[in-house]
Write a protein that binds this ligand. Structure first.
Ligand code: 4NP
Length: 150
């Protein structure tokens, strides 16, 4: 299975989601991440995401930000978005029902209903990054089970 994690900048939340899920699943599966803005393209993740991941034994330091493009609808089976804005921005680029059906909010996948969001920690503290890690770690456990990715 090929899974794409999406947030706004692709430097804080979705790189964490990518690294966390990859650390839990078998190598036959692909995980990547992208942002709905191109501003940080080519950059490594935010230092605070790298530090939080490292504290939990996950290395995301070599990942690089990429911009979400329409071609990703064909390259990936599932597209998990961090917040409602990301979700709407990705959906607005979909050109078929099949493409739309690949897109969901990551916390909805993990059993939350009502459009629960992974909050943007960019203007926050290291503790906000830790909170994001915990939310994503739990969500990725559920996703790994649900789609039999282990
Ligand atoms: P992310 O966080 O979407 O979790 O990567 C952000 C990164 C950068 C910006 C906003 C959010 N920014 O405005 O540059």
């Amino acid at each position: 299975m090929k899974i794409l994690m999406v947030c706004l900048g692709n430097i804080c939340r979705s790189p964490l989601a990518e690294g966390i899920l990859r650390s839990k699943i078998s190598k036959e599966h692909t995980v990547a991440s992208a942002g709905t803005i191109s501003f940080h393209e080519g950059e490594h993740p935010d230092k605070r995401s790298i530090i939080t991941a490292r504290e939990h034994g996950v290395d995301i330091s070599k990942q690089k930000a990429q911009y979400f493009e329409k071609k990703f609808f064909d390259k990936f089976d599932k597209i998990f978005c961090m917040d409602v804005k990301n979700y709407q921005d990705v959906l607005s680029l979909a050109e078929s029902e099949a493409q739309k059906n690949k897109v969901s909010m990551i916390l909805d996948e993990a059993g939350n209903h009502g459009r629960a969001e992974v909050p943007d920690p960019y203007y926050g503290t290291q503790q906000d990054f830790e909170n994001v890690f915990q939310m994503l770690d739990n969500a990725c456990d559920i996703i790994a089970e649900k789609y039999q990715l282990r």
